[in-house]
Design a protein around this ligand. Sequence first.
Ligand code: NAD
Length: 353
Amino acid sequence: MAKKIIVLPGDGIGHEIMGSAIEVLKRIAEKYGHQFEFEQHDIGGSSYEKHGEPLTDNTVDACLDADAILLGAIGGPKWDNIPTHLRPEQGLLKIRKALNLFANIRPIKGFAPLLHASPLKESVINGSDIYVVRELTGGLYFGEPSERREDGNVVVDTLLYHRHEIERIVEKGFESAQLRNKHLTSVDKANVLESSRLWREVVEEKKANYPDVTVEHMLVDSAAMKLITNPTQFDVIVTENLFGDILSDEGSVLTGSIGMLPSASLSETIGLYEPVHGSAPDIAGQGIANPLGMILSAAMMLRYSLDLNEEAVAIEKAVEKSLEAGYYTSDLNIENGKQVGTKEMTEIVIGNI
Ligand code: NAD
């Protein structure tokens, strides 16, 4: 199988972990007889430095023409004081909008060897397996106006959703639940927000089409608390953009480190795959970043965009085996293991494929 993959390393540790994902995919190509063509483009601060903007139309066109996209991470303090529309984050928001990546999928499942690395009790997180379906192209992050008024002393951000945007993500939530344990938790703030009341209405309307799925509505404040006090009660969580962003980062504590978490951002036709974490400027360039969230994102890419499930499982098993053997990166709080850097961890995973 010949496939074209656009790689967008981005900023900070993005370059280090992208190198890991590419090496792992090369090993998969070799083992299973595929041809993956990698084409690298800029995004975020590195694009700003080279092209004067955080995402060029040329990069968007290349992504539209690809079979799948891998992204490292963007951002860093270097670009904190440039005009808002040129900031690295704008590159990320623009690509999500340009490719219509409306569904952000974030599986949160702890690997057994890491359960004790979580700050939560092992007895609380044991057996937790959560699948967050987050809306990605609407809500507060995209609503206009978003501005300062009255000499900067009054601010406005707009939370805007169209019914069709809510419908398609809610359907994705139901479909995901059907493929898993058939329980959907819809998270909103319907006691306060009008947008959440429309969200709840849509969920109620749609549930008749998925009679095998049980649905529960949960307020976001309560969900934030239950996610870490009783995570095993969740199967699929569907929620809007801001709530999903916060809850999935919170959920990372179940896995021991944010460096472990992969994600997929999907449109009807294309997928972009990236770890949940950011560019980690505090450790960039030191060779110690955990590459596993990025490598597991590559596995998601094989599964969802390239229809290569066996190959995806091979990567996930190799990661698990590496952790079982006691290898860990410095972000994980492990006792009695063997601490390794980005390159060594990558080599160990490749050796286990
Ligand atoms: P971050 O996720 O980059 O880092 C948070 C903490 O986790 C840091 O201590 C970091 O060292 C650690 N960490 C993160 N990933 C790691 C990994 N793979 N291995 C080891 N340790 C890891 O979040 P932040 O510090 O809030 O943000 C830094 C920059 O990243 C900001 O500019 C922010 O805007 C950007 N950001 C980008 C994305 C993205 O590209 N999707 C997401 C979140 C934040």
